[in-house]
Write a protein that binds this ligand. Sequence first.
Ligand code: SF4
Length: 361
Amino acid sequence: MIISDSQRMWFTTQLLSYYKLSGRTLPWRTDSNLYKIWVSEIMLQQTTVKTVIPYYEKFINAFPTVLKLSAASLTEILLLWQGLGYYQRAKNLYLGSRIISEIYQGAMPGTLNEWLKIPGVGLSTASAILAIGTNQYHTILDANVKRVITRFFTISSNNHPSKYNKTLWEVAQKLTSKEEPGDYAQAIMDLGATVCLNRNPECGKCPIHLHCKAYISNSVQNYPEKINRKPKTTYKEVCLLIRNQHNKYLFVRNDKNKLLESLWQPPTFPWPETNKIPTLDSINGLFTLHYPEFRSGKIVTLSKITHDFTHRTNDVYPFCIHTETKKNPTGTWLEIEEWKSIPVSTLYQKVLKAYLSVEQS
Ligand code: SF4
């Protein structure tokens, strides 16, 4: 795709002026600390700035340097991350901090190739870290940038996704300021996040609307093209709050579900009877099957909890089972309020909070 020098100059100049006048004040922009920029870039993957800020502040307070992060335990990190979702990101930060402390003795990597070896850091993230933190000339192409450039130039895939992606990288690279790549990266990300919004973009306030092809042709909503995502599936499961004779509850570590790996929760079991709600008999049978050494007692039925992940919805049927046992199954017994001291995903926090509200009423 041909972009003339004057087009490039105009686009870049407009964006840099916009950033100088209206750039957002964000906690990771106060200095050019590569560690803080790395943490913020990982947190911002799939998550909005508004959601990230309180998590980022807590995280940096707890782990102000990469060496502090590498010396922490994964549980401590997950505790601060709970509620932010996509927990693999927290594990990647932890693994990355171990690599940086061992290989680079705590000094942050300074080249693209070094950053690309850090777990969870792809080309756009590595480029953003270096452009923003060191003003090196690197190009970013995140969802915000894609939205701005596909609209500005009305770029379509024409059913050639790999060619489309190559074109987007080429266009993004041509537009990147060689003199101020750091400010440019932040300017185009800010524009995409605050003006060139996915729904209802504020074109009237946009510094580049005069030459934006989608705006001029009244076709903004056609860009970027919608990729045919698979429809969301619904996953049903039974969640058992197993309460022993000492009023303690069984918690297990999730090692099966990639989405929530390493987090703690009450035991759960798939509920394949998609059209049927579990009955007390079926719960009793399920419990006896999985915990034959336990004696089951009273069963309390709780209301169904629904939780949306990006690609699927979870329907959870929670039950509290009173039991007596002398044996210790895999897992740990905790007082009900103690779940607040272990990392638990938002989904099972919802289950536990709902149970507590019934218990206390
Ligand atoms: S004019 Fe509208 S569509 Fe075009 S870049 Fe600006 S906000 Fe986006």
